[in-house]
Design a protein around this ligand. Structure first.
Ligand SMILES: [Zn+2]
Length: 150
């Protein structure tokens, strides 16, 4: 935890002043060009791999970059997609997978998720689809990048 706190303090001291005007503008409005959906895996950092600045991407992250079927029932991913499209009017939606994704590997291998019931529940739909479309692994981050124009 100490390194995270030190990193935050370094951000406040060094990075924030360099982008002070940008953060000032972002405090009152945002206008991201793309919705970027990616895995929560620590190896994948959307702004880093796309070389974007703060405010460029509206990001959703979860285990396996899973987007459930749209439903009016409460759900963080559905609400975030709806907000990005309806309120922010993003022009692009990117779903970015990555190599050796634990979630996708579990789906492809039909691994038992009894010890992680919330993860297992989130993967029910992808598990059903995996019999048709899933591969056991993806090759590289960028080769597993799928884009859709809205
Ligand atoms: Zn992953």
């Amino acid at each position: 935890m100490k390194d995270i706190i030190e990193g935050f303090l370094k951000f406040q001291r060094e990075a924030f002043p360099k982008h002070a005007e940008l953060f000032k503008d972002l405090a009152t409005q945002q206008n991201p060009r793309a919705l970027f959906i990616s895995c929560s895996d620590s190896c994948l950092v959307p702004e880093l791999v796309t070389q974007r600045e703060p405010g460029d991407l509206f990001v959703i992250r979860n285990a396996g970059n899973i987007v459930p079927s749209y439903s009016p029932e409460p759900g963080g991913v559905s609400a975030s997609v709806e907000y990005a499209v309806a309120a922010l009017r993003v022009s692009d939606i990117v779903i970015c997978g990555h190599s050796d994704c634990g979630a996708m590997t579990a789906i492809a291998a039909c691994k038992c998720m009894d010890h992680m019931p919330a993860v297992g529940c989130a993967m029910r739909i992808p598990l059903a689809l995996s019999t048709k479309h899933a591969t056991t692994r993806t090759s590289t981050i960028m080769s597993s990048l799928w884009c859709a124009r809205t």
